[in-house]
Design a protein around this ligand. Structure first.
Ligand code: UDP
Length: 235
């Protein structure tokens, strides 16, 4: 295995499957199976899930809601998704722990870095809920922050496209996928990988990012084994 400890970032929207809102059980189960496959190979897995399938603070603010209020609602939405994934993983016999950035002692442990690392060492999947715990941030930033804190080898951004392209592959059939990019190239070419706060944090801390298609069966395992899947941003 190329990567021993990973931080997997999933967007909330990915959990919707074909639905317009909420969580698609079939999709949830597929993701749980993909994650189990890498855990079974001995990879240490931490996960951050977004909340965009339920609530986004920025969208609510555009409709007139107080931004901070909306952001806390968005963070709570990530806890709902985290609990759903936790349940699906446990149904497959995978041991998990949920740690929340907003204290919620009936459903999650508080985020404690040393404890998270201990869980990983024992082979438990650790899901980090409630983002960074702060408004005005995103779950991409939370994922990057947690990845650095726990010493992950790489952040794996699971999306519905198989990497970073020179133009939008859903709009332009001749778009070309990059296999490897330097952080500086992403800035120069103004490519969308993660939001700027998250991306800068990754860059400053030399945390490689791989963007890959999470909806293709077996892809997560391929990435962890070092196959040429998606786009690697590094160096
Ligand atoms: N959020 C926040 N602080 C964080 C992480 C998330 O305020 O550290 C809020 C924010 O309102 C965001 C929502 O939670 O819109 C859901 O997260 P995100 O949009 O990152 O989810 P995704 O796009 O990955 O589904």
């Amino acid at each position: 295995m190329k990567y021993k400890r990973i931080l997997l970032k999933l967007s909330g929207e990915a959990l919707m499957g074909e639905q317009q809102y909420g969580i698609d059980d079939a999709r949830l189960n597929e993701y749980a199976q993909e994650i189990k496959a890498v855990v079974d190979e001995g990879c240490e897995v931490a996960i951050v899930i977004g909340g965009g399938n339920i609530f986004r603070g920025l969208a609510a603010a555009a409709r007139g809601m107080d931004r901070v209020q909306g952001d806390y609602m968005g963070m709570l939405a990530t806890v709902i998704n985290s609990m759903a994934l936790q349940g699906a993983l446990e149904d497959l016999g995978v041991k998990t722990r949920l740690q929340s950035a907003i204290e919620m002692d009936k459903v999650a442990e508080p985020f404690i870095k040393r404890r998270a690392v201990r869980h990983l060492e024992k082979g438990r999947v650790v899901i980090f809920g409630a983002g960074t715990g702060n408004p005005y941030f995103t779950t991409d930033t939370a994922a990057t922050l947690r990845a650095i804190e726990i010493g992950a080898d790489v952040i794996l951004k699971g999306t519905r496209v198989d990497g970073i392209y020179d133009s939008d592959p859903e709009k332009n059939a001749s778009a070309i996928r990059y296999q490897l990019l330097k952080f500086s190239e992403v800035f120069e070419k103004n490519l969308k990988v993660m939001d700027m706060t998250a991306f800068t944090l990754s860059h400053e801390n030399n945390l490689p990012i791989i963007v890959f298609d999470m909806n293709k069966k077996g892809n997560l395992l391929r990435v962890v084994q070092g196959e040429d899947v998606g786009t690697l941003v590094n160096g």
